[in-house]
Design a protein around this ligand. Structure first.
Ligand code: AMP
Length: 429
């Protein structure tokens, strides 16, 4: 199948060919036609499947065919959980819309709002936003969403994980009720299904990879290792394997910093990326990782969410995630777009429960390989380690869920956020 047969305009085909894409990815083949028809879409797709083009290309086409109003109100709103993802989506939109008369911009927190407001004042057709900053600007009367025709919730599962449900509900209230809705998520918990049911009307379901399963092209391995020897083992793997680009996941920000320091001491060019790092440091680390000046990027789950790092050969779980869905997200960073990759998990006895939960979710027994000299003590405790010191330290700063449930429109009839096991497990990230 080619992009031509999907019904995209010449201006878009030209931009696509400039990007070097020749064949639409499965999610693009499935999502583009229904979006072009104006239908609501519920898509199961993770980063790396080409999902961004799957929704941005048809949106650009619909907007360019629609009525142009001279003051350019926001006609398409794309909500994403993280600043990095928001920035990447905008970068894609800019490239795809090069030959169209459409304006786009991005707003997210953690940076001065002035330049964002100045952009909005000039009029934008497409707005990419993280929920918190959008609500801030909306509350200040600096943005109008009354003309939104298309709403996209990207990485909806992660937005809920990060506590953005109430923000999403507040945003829904100020949108016109008649609009097209697209929801993308890598995993489908009960909460996501509920959110989707409240927002989407007769959605077309599209799927890039079966939900909650891992991609076949990824070679997955588990190395049992004594907890105190994990740092030594990962340094050995990188140096002896002569690995050039490796994404490493830790469970906590502190863990990411500590590991990064040890790697640097061992002569590995490494940087950490997590919520305590300023936007400048995060952008710099990501750029260094992409251009090859950094060998290892050490990330927490939330910080890594949505990072567009193509064709990653190695992903290492320095610690297993305590939320099994995160395992699927993490290893989705390798073996992208058909290329094969290797996902290695360093597994210490106290993570036995986490490994069991992951295997249950993906429906696979992960192959175990012992590495001589690193085996854990067979009598070591299998009890999970305590998470943090009971302090809630998130990787992002979503608003506190409010308990006031009054004045909700029929579009967002959700109760107050229940404290879930997932929330309790997500400290220190
Ligand atoms: P995404 O899943 O949207 O984050 O996209 C993952 C990566 O695949 C990005 O680097 C895109 O530029 C790239 N990509 C998207 N669509 C295609 C395509 N049809 N052919 C080749 N690469 C693509």
């Amino acid at each position: 199948m080619s992009f031509n047969s999907l019904g995209l305009s010449d201006a878009l085909l030209k931009a696509i060919s400039k990007k070097g894409y020749t064949t639409p990815s499965p999610i693009q083949q499935k999502a583009i036609p229904p979006v072009l028809e104006g239908k609501d879409v519920l898509a199961s797709a993770q980063t790396g499947t080409g999902k961004t083009a799957g929704f941005t290309l048809p949106i650009l086409q619909l907007l360019s065919q629609g009525k142009h109003l001279s003051h350019r109100p926001v006609r398409a709103l794309i909500l994403t959980p993280t600043r990095e993802l928001a920035a990447q989506i905008l970068a894609n939109i800019k490239e795809y819309s090069e030959f169209l008369d459409l304006r786009s911009t991005v707003i997210f927190g953690g940076v001065n709002q002035k330049p964002q407001v100045a952009q909005l004042r000039q009029g934008v057709d497409i707005l990419v936003a993280t929920p918190g900053r959008l609500i801030d600007l909306q509350n200040q009367g600096l943005i109008s969403l009354a003309k939104v025709e298309i709403l996209v919730l990207d990485e909806a599962d992660r937005m809920l994980d990060m506590g953005f449900l109430r923000d999403i509900e507040r945003i829904l209230k100020v949108l016109p009720t008649k609009r097209q809705n697209l929801l993308f998520s890598a995993t489908f918990s009960k909460d996501i299904k509920k959110l989707a049911m409240g927002i989407l009307h007769n959605p077309v379901h599209v799927e890039a990879t079966p939900e909650n399963t891992t991609v076949d092209a990824i070679i997955q391995k588990v190395y049992p290792v004594a907890k105190e020897k994990k740092t030594e083992l990962i340094i050995k793997l990188i140096t002896e394997g002569n690995w050039k680009q490796i994404l490493v996941f830790t469970r906590t920000k502190q863990g990411a910093n500590k590991l990064t320091e040890s790697m640097i001491s061992a002569g590995i060019k490494a940087a950490a990326i997590h919520g305590n790092k300023g936007q400048g440091a995060r952008t710099k680390a990501l750029a260094g990782f992409k251009d090859g000046s950094l060998t290892a990027l050490v990330a927490t789950d939330i910080a890594a969410r949505g990072l567009d790092i193509p064709l990653l050969p190695h992903v290492v779980n320095f610690e297993l995630p305590n939320i099994p869905e995160d395992y699927v997200h993490r290893i989705g960073r390798t073996g992208r777009a058909g290329a094969s990759g290797e996902a290695i998990s360093l597994f210490s006895p106290d993570e036995t429960v986490f490994l069991r939960d992951i295997e249950k979710l993906v429906g696979l027994k992960l192959p175990i390989e012992n590495i001589k000299g690193f085996e854990p003590d067979p009598n070591a405790s299998k009890e999970p380690i305590k998470q943090g010191q009971g302090r809630q330290q998130r990787d992002s700063t979503p608003r506190k869920p409010k308990t006031d449930t009054s004045n909700r429109s029929s579009n967002n009839s959700f109760g107050p956020r229940r404290p879930s096991q997932n929330n309790d497990r997500r400290s220190n990230r």
